[in-house]
Design a protein around this ligand. Structure first.
Ligand code: SF4
Length: 308
């Protein structure tokens, strides 16, 4: 009997498809992917794909980004309902109203938007950043402008600290990174006193301040790989990242920092994509991301910010 992995490989060849998977997808999906990465790496990878079809195993805004950078390609998302609590915390009409209000007050500002946002929000922005390139992009915002940072207030607060720029912060957050338990982190540190703690900048300040290293997922991979000797790492980001860490730097030991309500922190939106849905989207050629008018302006902003 053909197993589902063989089925997906055969369909991928038949449909001339490339699979791009985010680090927060289940390990079994990452294993099948042609490219794995954080949002920035996936956005860049999407521009280099030769195949006419991209299957984006991630959440909706990532598939939108792949489509806007590749209008001619068919972009499939295994589950169209794979959203993102952070992106949803900043609806485009609410952002447009807030920008209007700031302009009416005479404030001169540029809008810097985390990639975890809808295309409609990106279209209202001056810059789009990822956790991997935010500092470099913010350095390009002329100092005479205030910065309106959307939608993640924790990442925004972290960027205020490291760049020294004062920002107007949108009050959004990621449901996964917001719920790490500082008490459990401190208990883990007592149990493993030599362990180093690595945290994603979407985590709140009370987790970041107990961390040895704060950075996006690509930066985390580089950080752990810089230690030759086996170490213990306490990891405060989405729990599937442990698969990628174990894959790229298998000589270390990794421990997921627990959330307040559960033993680990898995993103329920990413988890909507399964092997079965990946297979089915290749069989049926849907769900497909359709081009929408706001993609034109969003594409300009993404290309200027991420690709140059
Ligand atoms: S981990 Fe958080 S930011 Fe990432 S997709 Fe899930 S809800 Fe969105």
């Amino acid at each position: 009997m053909t197993d589902i992995y063989e089925e997906i490989e055969a369909l991928k060849a038949r449909e001339e498809a490339a699979i791009l998977a985010h680090y927060y997808q289940d390990g079994e999906i990452q294993e099948l992917a042609d490219f794995t990465g954080d949002s920035l790496k996936l956005a860049r990878a999407a521009t280099t794909v030769d195949q006419p079809t991209i299957v984006l195993c991630g959440v909706h805004f990532m598939a939108e980004t792949a489509k806007m950078l590749n209008p001619a390609k068919r972009v499939l998302l295994p589950d169209l309902q794979a959203g993102c609590s952070l992106a949803e915390s900043c609806p485009a009409p609410a952002l447009a109203r807030f920008q209007e209000q700031l302009r009416a007050e005479g404030r001169r500002f540029q809008t810097v938007t985390y990639i975890n946002s809808s295309a409609a929000v990106k279209a209202l922005s001056d810059w789009v950043v990822t956790s991997g390139n935010a500092q470099q992009v913010i350095a390009r915002v002329p100092s005479e402008f205030e910065i309106l940072f959307v939608p993640d207030r924790h990442l925004g607060a972290y960027l205020e600290e490291v760049t020294g720029r004062t920002m107007i912060l949108w009050n959004g957050s990621c449901m996964v990174h917001e719920v790490f338990s500082v008490l459990d982190l401190l208990a883990l540190k007592r149990r493993l006193p030599h362990a180093r703690t690595i945290a994603h900048p979407e985590c709140p300040a009370n987790i970041r301040e107990h961390s040895d290293f704060v950075g996006g997922t690509e930066a985390m991979l580089r950080y752990v790989a810089s230690f030759d000797q086996p170490q213990d790492f306490l990891v405060a980001t989405e729990a599937n990242m442990l698969w990628q860490l174990e894959h790229k730097a298998p000589w270390h030991r990794y421990h997921a920092v627990p959330g307040i309500a559960c033993a680990c922190n898995k993103c329920p939106h990413m988890a909507r994509n399964t092997l079965e849905k990946l297979r089915d989207c290749l069989v049926h050629g849907r769900p497909e991301i359709a081009w929408r008018p706001e993609f034109d302006r969003a594409r300009e902003v993404v290309e200027r910010s991420l690709l140059h």
